[in-house]
Design a protein around this ligand. Structure first.
Ligand code: NAP
Ligand code: GLV
Length: 309
């Protein structure tokens, strides 16, 4: 029996050590060096090569190395009856809270403008944007979105939240389903995308949606790159539907050197770092789910394949 770690261009040394520290009996292999394919019972994947999972005939379960699972659901080589799980930890939520709060504060206090002005030695104050004139809208009220919405509300922001099913959340105005999407957008100035990537949400951040925000809006995309229609973002700046964006995820990662986003002053780019599970925390969930899978138990943070997240 073995547990296989699969990713392109990733150093798994600390994760492998953390897993073996928790349970020295777990035999951890790192792709592509697999001794015997038949021995692999559990795989942990991030940015894995297409169709690689079909090579392991005795897989009992697969885990994402992050919160998102679109890369696993898209893999046609993974049989439909193999359970999929994901990694959720307290620190993943708190990192996401820090990232979003920081992006909003930078927007309100014009941090990026001052960075640009420093380069040219320009002394030009811009009035800070108050919290009260910055209603936030969080798309997706799951493990990440609920935490971020609560944090922002505690910080004194007016917060709206949108999800598929209706939620009750102290200090947050909640909206549910496509019927309430427009009402949610109409009350939102800073839009934070924390949706999973599914057939329904692919390309959801488009011109038609930006048009409905309080103008000019601001976008923070920490979901997935394919949620955003990239050319619509640029067009939204030209139309004054949006005045800026902070993007952590992209259709193509790493973002190509010649991509137009690099040169747009309105866009802040970070290299998919909003929330990263530390090896020790990841190992705890992985070892627990490995044991559960080996004894046929339900996994922690198991994905609903029907819903796609
Ligand atoms: P989650 O717990 O699965 O929650 C997903 C939320 O989205 C739920 O509230 C769900 O509604 C809602 N939703 C799904 N489809 C919808 C639709 N069609 N219309 C309206 N609402 C919909 O996911 P999570 O753990 O919070 O993570 C969300 C995503 O964040 C991940 O999939 C990943 O892509 C991204 N992420 C990025 C980073 C990063 O570093 N950039 C780190 C972590 C996660 P219901 O509650 O009604 O089901
Ligand atoms: C990061 O993008 C994650 O899904 O955890």
């Amino acid at each position: 029996m073995s547990l296989l770690l699969i990713a392109k261009n990733r150093d798994f040394t600390s994760l492998k050590e953390a897993i073996q520290e928790l349970d020295p009996n777990v035999d951890v292999e790192v792709w592509p060096r697999v001794d015997k394919k038949e021995r692999v019972n559990f795989a942990v994947c991030w940015n894995h090569p297409e169709k690689v999972l079909g090579n392991y005939p005795n897989l009992r379960a697969v885990s994402s190395l992050g919160a998102g699972v679109n890369h696993l659901l898209d893999d046609e080589s993974l049989p439909n009856d193999i359970p999929i799980s994901r990694l959720i930890t307290d620190s993943l939520q708190s990192q996401m809270g820090d990232y979003v709060l920081n992006a909003i504060t930078n927007y309100r206090l014009h941090t990026y403008r001052y960075f640009d002005q420093k380069r040219t030695g320009e002394w030009k104050p811009h009035g800070n944007i108050s919290k009260t004139s910055t209603p936030i809208g969080i798309m997706g009220l799951g493990e990440m979105g609920l935490h971020v919405a609560t944090l922002l509300s505690q910080q004194g922001y007016k917060v709206n939240g949108w999800s598929r099913s209706k939620k009750e959340l102290n200090g947050v105005s909640t909206f549910a389903g496509n019927d309430e999407l427009d009402a949610f957008l109409n009350e939102t100035k800073v839009l934070v995308n924390l949706l999973p990537l599914t057939e329904e949400t692919d390309g959801i951040l488009d011109l038609d949606l930006f048009k409905k925000l309080i103008k000019p809006g601001y976008l923070i995309n920490v979901g997935r790159g394919s949620h955003l229609v990239e050319e619509d973002l640029i067009y939204s700046f030209d139309m004054d539907y949006l005045e800026g964006a902070c993007l952590d995820v992209f259709e193509e990662e790493p973002l190509p050197k010649n991509h137009t986003f690099w040169n747009r002053p309105q866009i802040m780019v970070t290299p998919h770092v909003a929330a990263i599970t530390p090896a020790k925390e990841a190992a705890k969930v992985i070892v627990e789910n490995y044991k559960r899978a080996m004894s046929g138990m339900e996994l922690m943070f198991e994905v609903d394949r029907e819903k796609g997240y």
